[in-house]
Design a protein around this ligand. Structure first.
Ligand code: 13P
Ligand code: SF4
Length: 301
């Protein structure tokens, strides 16, 4: 394993490549990355990268975002079989239908969506920027796609807006029920529950903190508490347990795993560096339209 790691590190330098990994990636993949972050941080990193080659260890929409923001660079998705089931729940045609139905509305699209969907939306958001993005818009009516759970949470946080939801979700976060939350809270009295807003509203109702993967990590790192219930993908428990062995991190539900995020291996990364994988390509018109939506999000901050 070390041999593979050393080969990657040497080749990364030689080829002037920048490797980005999402927090849900395995720890060994995170270890060889130049930047590890939530979706918003990765989009920002991609925008600022000076290297000629960008390798994204994450799901398809993350690699597409890096390519959209860096059309002139060679961008690889380390494992091209890694998709996001939520992103596959909505098509550009469905967005256009909503546009026709709500002509006064701004269409906000969660970054967990395809480039083709981003291209027909007004602005993108991530879980850490969604509230700020929605507040920044002059429109009273907001069409929010595709995540109904994040959209419902934002509707609650910004009650002055009328938020129209699309019926999509993350199958992994949406699988957590209120009963799951009540059970683990009852078994661990006093232990704080930190939850990602892709979970259902009835689960969020019991949370002590709601935020993105970066927000949850930050909360757990700064808190003096000695134990936490983690309401998001298992990668966050893994990072925290590794970094803070004196604290306990309990998964909200067993098997809280995004199989797509776990597809990336070190061999995949090496294949990209050795030029054995095909880079991400997107049609120019789609890329330009999607870029406007993504850049608006980054500029809102
Ligand atoms: P973050 O933006 O919080 O990293 O979330 C990305 C994601 O896919 C969560 O399921
Ligand atoms: Fe998509 Fe859910 Fe996996 Fe995040 S955890 S990448 S939303 S399927």
């Amino acid at each position: 394993m070390n041999e593979l790691k050393n080969k990657i590190l040497a080749l990364k330098k030689e080829r002037n490549a920048f490797i980005m990994a999402h927090y849900y990636q395995s720890l060994e993949v995170q270890e060889i990355a130049d930047a590890v972050g939530d979706s918003f941080a990765l989009a920002k990193q991609a925008q600022n990268a000076s290297q000629e080659i960008i390798i994204v260890c994450g799901v398809r929409f993350m690699a597409e975002s890096a390519k959209i923001l860096n059309p002139e660079k060679t961008v690889y998705q380390s494992n091209q079989g890694a998709g996001c089931p939520m992103a596959d729940m909505i098509t550009p045609e469905e967005v256009l239908e909503l546009r026709g139905k709500y002509p006064e509305a701004a269409v906000v699209c969660y970054v967990n969506s395809s480039a083709a969907v981003k291209a027909v939306c007004d602005i993108c958001c991530t879980s850490s920027s969604a509230e700020k993005v929605v507040r920044s818009l002059p429109n009273k009516q907001i069409v929010f796609v595709p995540d109904r759970n994040l959209g419902s949470y934002i509707a609650k946080m910004v009650p002055e807006k009328e938020v129209i939801l699309f019926d999509g979700c993350c199958p992994i976060h949406d699988a957590v029920s209120e009963e799951d939350a009540l059970k683990i809270i009852a078994e661990n009295p006093g232990v704080k529950l930190l939850v990602h807003p892709e979970c259902r509203v009835e689960v969020l109702a019991h949370a002590d903190y709601i935020g993105s993967t970066a927000g949850i990590l930050d909360y757990a790192r700064k808190s003096d508490d000695k134990a936490f219930i983690i309401g998001t993908e298992s990668g966050i428990c893994e990072i925290l347990s590794h970094e803070l062995p004196e604290k306990a991190f309990l998964p909200l539900k067993s098997g809280f795993i995004c199989a797509d995020m776990k597809k990336t291996t070190l061999q995949d990364v090496l294949d990209c560096l050795e030029g054995k994988s095909a880079p991400v390509e997107l049609p120019e018109r789609e890329r330009n339209a999607a870029r406007a939506s993504l850049e608006r999000m980054v500029s809102v901050g």
